[in-house]
Design a protein around this ligand. Structure first.
Ligand SMILES: [Fe+2]
Length: 315
């Protein structure tokens, strides 16, 4: 089990490598922006040798979030905290990093990805289990002044699988979570952005495709997910939706540090919009290579990612 002081050592090393002052020893940050959020996804900061880069990038992201001024009130994590199998030691590793954020006064809300395992996660995050809006799942609502973010739990099935079983890759919502979501959206007046690990195209809500629910439900402003490790944006519309001239964004977040597009996102909410800005760090597949061996197309992808966005979600 990774101790907090071990993570701090890794964290300190990552900070030292940048030459920046250690934010924990910088002037105390008490200034929060309630309408500023950071989105992390596919963190995969496990203990296996193959996720060394993911561990380093996670430490780097924690450092950068703590360096923000004002601090974001919320960090949302779109699943796949664990490396592959949802092992307890993976959650032991990442817990101290998230604890640093919480100790600074930042609320951390974590969704489940296909590489996660609810029982191991719940053992280390019992408050997330007890506060879930759907018993036995991890479903949480994060409110800001202009919009709420509903983090759904799209990890398919129970997690009584063997420890070396990655579990099913596609996502699904169980019946009780689908009923919860249907009822929630029927009552909801304030805008909401639906969040999950998996794409909208994989999910159903009481017999309807999630894509149709997003397009046709007035209060749903957008859908944000992880899983694909790519900065992808698309928009949806439906000819039968209430406002067909207003397409809705479906945004896919990068991996924080395992493979593919590497980075995270910062979201700023104002009265009529939520602007999602990319923090593009790198691209590698399947792992970083020294400069002389780095394929040129990695740089092309990186340049493309840097050129697009930010994305404005109208509320
Ligand atoms: Fe992932």
């Amino acid at each position: 089990m990774m101790k907090r002081r071990d993570f701090l050592g890794l964290f300190g090393a990552a900070v030292a490598a940048t030459g920046l002052p250690h934010p924990l020893f910088a002037k105390e940050k008490t200034d929060f922006d309630e309408n500023l959020l950071v989105f992390l996804s596919d963190v995969h900061a496990g203990v296996a040798a193959k996720c060394k880069c993911a561990r380093e990038k996670f430490a780097e992201s924690v450092k950068e979030i703590l360096s923000m001024n004002p601090l974001p009130r919320n960090v949302l994590v779109f699943g796949d905290i664990a490396y592959l199998y949802g092992l307890g030691e993976d959650y032991d590793h990442s817990r101290p990093g998230f604890k640093l954020l919480e100790d600074a006064g930042i609320r951390v809300t974590i969704g489940m990805g296909n590489h996660d395992r609810r029982s191991e996660f719940a053992a280390r995050w019992p408050e997330a289990a007890t506060q879930s809006l759907v018993p036995g799942r991890f479903v949480h609502l994060v409110e800001t002044s202009g919009v709420g973010f509903l983090m759904l739990d799209s990890l398919q099935g129970a997690d009584n699988r063997p420890l070396d079983d990655k579990g099913p890759v596609p996502g699904a919502l169980p019946d009780d979570e689908q009923v919860f979501l249907r009822d929630f959206l029927e009552k909801r007046k304030k805008p909401v952005i639906l969040c999950a690990h998996h794409t909208a195209g994989e999910l159903k809500v009481c017999g309807r495709p999630m894509t149709a629910v997003v397009a046709k439900t007035d209060c749903v402003a957008a859908y944000i997910h992880g899983h694909n490790h790519r900065w992808i944006s698309s928009w949806s519309r439906d000819k039968d939706c209430p406002s067909p001239q207003h397409p809705k964004w479906e945004l896919c977040l990068p991996s924080n540090g395992l493979w593919g597009d590497i980075g995270y996102a910062i979201c700023r909410v104002s009265p009529n919009r939520a602007v999602v800005k990319k923090v593009v760090k790198d691209f590698w597949l399947p792992r970083p290579l020294p400069k002389e061996k780095r394929p040129a197309d990695w740089d092309d992808i990186l340049a493309d990612r840097r050129a697009s966005g930010p994305y404005t979600i109208h509320l």
